[in-house]
Design a protein around this ligand. Sequence first.
Ligand code: LLP
Length: 419
Amino acid sequence: MHNFSYQNGELYAEDVPLATIAQQVGTPSYVYSQATLERHFKVFDQAFEDLDHLVCFAVKANSSQAVIATLAHLGAGADIVSGGELVRGMAAGVPADRIVYSGVGKSEAEMQAALEAGILMFNLESAQELVALNEVAGRMGLKAPVSLRVNPDVDAQTHPKITTGLSKNKFGLDVDLAFKQYQEAANLPNLQLKGVSCHIGSQLTKVDPFADALERLGVLIGRLRGAGIELELLDLGGGLGITYDQEEPPSPAQYAQALKEQAARLGLKLVLEPGRVIVGNAGILLCRVLFTKDTPTKHFVIVDAGMNDLVRPAMYDSYQAIWPVKQDGGGSKVISDVVGPICETGDFLARDRELPDLVRGELIAVMSAGAYGFSMASTYNSRPRVAEVMVSGGRWSVVRRRETVEELMRGERLPEWME
Ligand code: LLP
């Protein structure tokens, strides 16, 4: 579900014509629908309403202040993976006691900042990390609330680059090792054992891997209880997929249904870390056709956005739907490659796609670009990062202005001997 639709032959974000945004803000620009964001969050949150739970939005999916603040107003917590995301989450109004901190490589400075803030829980992923956090907390005279991230060794059946719960992946601790580490952690004076966590991958389109992971966590929780270790929180991570093309992922209700009974039996407060399912279809990348060209084998549509703005097609071969802003009148279709200006063959947004005959100057929307779009953007080829716009009903606002080239060079200097 989303709020990008055609009205009188023109593509709108809610009640705002995208052509208006293109004209006033320029292209490329990311455009987010606040109504879609709010709806996605509410539907997800309500799916778990009969259980004690907390939805922590995975900030890495979209770390715009406007997006995080929209969700924070609805009661969202945040799942963070860096000191930067801690600052962003709190600046956007997420209370520290609704923040969980995931990730395999937290620095001591990052640990300290999160302890100072008073976050809900650190999800720890290695024996050395436990020792390090215990030391940092000790120096600060605090007890750090922790969970261990378990790698349940289940196949998420998604793209290999976004699979995280297989034993060959770098993430988490296998169940037996986790059991041992809980016992060792119980003896570390500056840690408070608070929960157990896992995250098996992203863009999952089946519920079974989630249910399998939960079952394995359940066994571990039982073993821990037997050993006298009682926990409060059960963090199942994120990962629920969305429709980019023809995928039919479970709805949040179906996802919740598959987990609730088992989760309720375990009697812990549930923490969920959705990213993509909240924001993925709430954003588009608005861009303009610069040129078209035909080669002996291809028809290329060259647009003003590239892999630096949206890396998902290049990185994961992802499918992103392409909609013309001026509705296709049903004319002839052309098999096209939509490519960006970057000097890489991998710089494409769509390949061998049947599209209307797009012409120079025409606007297009790259759909489903709200998650891992701007947040993964780079400035490769010295391309400043694009503007971000939030729409709500008939209103719209630039929530991040286009970066300038001067900003790209800020902080650079020549070595003294060349000055
Ligand atoms: N929690 C943890 C610990 C995670 O590592 C992630 C995502 C999430 C939650 C949120 O997962 P989601 O609900 O969004 O699937 N850049 C890739 C996706 C990488 C996901 C990384 N971890 C992409 O564009 O497909």
